[in-house]
Ligand binder design. Structure first.
Ligand code: BJW
Length: 241
């Protein structure tokens, strides 16, 4: 029997978003037919080893994606989640796997980028992380130590530890509603959040264009475009506050 989320009065919410949330803004997802890294599996390219092997290729990829941010806008799903953040009286954490800045441009503030951000750089010489606009390329100079050529995109690649895991774990343990939106469930640890939340007693909801790999783990699954499903769901939730 399908769980009825409307009958529950959650107070603490954790939301996980993936590439599907930005798809209607015009950003390709990773694993779709028109996915990023054309001709490559993301798992084969988004690694520190791939960067060491061919830094020019990896920089070119991230430089192009950073430039693309100027051409796109947040969509109805980003805006609805920002409204929920603004009006939700309980604890709230929006964990995004996305490296674009569309959630913050829509107005989200209780937000954590677990896979890094396109608009940040990380110096491999001094360890500093900093805001970055425009091209980075192989010769980029660190604004902190002035070393050139050792700045990389501040992106979490395969085999690296995602950001904010302690904060995320704590929020998952405290939440009574966990919602996953527009993510395939192919990449851990994010794909395991639903199990942690369930184990700690939360109800779970998935919204995706199609059922994800871990769809069976959710109490409720809504199928369709995030730009339609998310505003509808936020309206339902805020009407009950
Ligand atoms: C729509 C829609 C619309 C479309 N509306 N929906 C073996 C078993 C288990 C784990 C491992 C393993 N071997 C290695 C691992 C670990 C590894 C991993 O998970 N590998 C898998 C391949 C198995 N993970 C890691 O290495 C991570 N680190 C780690 O584990 O550290 C150790 C650790 C241990 C314990 C605790 C904590 C940590 C790091 C993962 C880094 C991922 N990085 C990337 C690339 C960098 C970012 C970038 O370049 O942008 O992040 S990979 C890529 O996948 C990107 C994404 O954030 C991530 C997830 O993808 P996402 O968002 O789900 O996109 P898609 O395309 O897969 O799905 C889109 C979905 O949207 C689809 O379902 C569509 O249907 C849907 N959709 N349009 C609604 N309009």
């Amino acid at each position: 029997m399908e769980a009825n989320l409307e009958s529950v009065a959650p107070s603490n919410i954790v939301i996980l978003t993936g590439a599907g949330v930005s798809a209607e803004s015009g950003l390709a997802t990773f694993r779709g037919p028109d996915g990023l890294w054309e001709g490559h599996r993301v798992e084969d390219v988004a690694t520190p080893q791939a960067f060491a092997r061919d830094p020019a290729l990896v920089h070119a990829f991230y430089d192009a994606r950073r430039a693309r941010l100027d051409e796109i806008e947040p969509n109805a799903a980003h805006r609805a989640l920002a409204q929920l953040d603004l009006h939700w009286p309980g604890e709230f954490l929006l964990v995004t796997q996305n490296v674009d800045d569309l959630h913050e441009r829509a107005g989200s503030t209780r937000l954590l980028h677990m896979h890094g951000e396109l608009q940040k750089g990380w110096c491999q010489s001094c360890g500093e992380r900093f805001a970055w606009a425009g091209l980075m390329g192989e010769g980029a100079k660190c604004p902190a130590c002035d070393d050139a050529g050792l700045v990389r995109p501040d992106i979490v690649w395969f085999g690296e530890m995602p950001y904010g895991m302690d904060r995320i774990d704590e929020a998952l343990q405290r939440c009574d509603l966990f919602v996953s939106i527009g993510t395939s469930g192919a990449v851990y640890p994010a794909a395991g959040f639903v199990q942690t939340a369930r184990y700690c007693g939360a109800r779970t909801l998935e919204m995706n264009l199609e059922p994800s790999l871990g769809s069976f783990l959710f109490d409720e699954s809504r199928t369709g475009p995030a730009g339609e499903l998310v505003p509808q769901w936020v309206e339902e939730l805020l009407a009950a506050v």
